[in-house]
Design a binder for this molecule. Sequence first.
Ligand SMILES: [Cu+2]
Ligand SMILES: [Zn+2]
Length: 195
Amino acid sequence: MLHRTHSLALAAGIGAALACGPQPAVYVPPSPSPRAPVAAGPAVPTTFMTATATLRDASGRRVGTVTLADSYAGVMMRGTVSDLGLGAHAIHIHAVGKCEAPFTSAGGHFNPQGRQHGYLNPRGPHLGDLPNLTTPPAGSLTFEYLVPGVTIKGTNALLDADGAAIVIHASADDYHTDPAGNAGARAACGVIVAR
Ligand SMILES: [Cu+2]
Ligand SMILES: [Zn+2]
């Protein structure tokens, strides 16, 4: 009984459409949407890739690992860190894949859009900005972050000509001070390499 009612309604709908004269063959959505974000939309890669980074401190001691993978929403980062010292630490993707202590070699934050630093900065953020990590009193910390708007080797590619690196800082990111969030020394660094 319900099925029959539904079929009748559908037939009536088609009849009404036919009676209304010429219709566009394909629905064309309005473009661009007034609510579209200022930053680039999702950067969907044509080829999904994975990458990895081994984090080392200035003495070369291994303090963590990170894996990265393209997704439909940006790059997924999964990492484990240990022995960083208690408290909140800034973590960013930096623009150059070179980690020579004291890690200024990694350049500034990954920023292909030429914006300023920080989630709380109206002229920010950098695509390489990430939320702080707060490390526990003992053992290791595992985290997962989504990095929207970037890919490993497509649009806004992390692995462009000069690569990219993940840097962890001695202090927390304040999320607004340009260009680096007042996050202190670069405590650890890992070059991102394709797998
Ligand atoms: Cu940084
Ligand atoms: Zn930044």
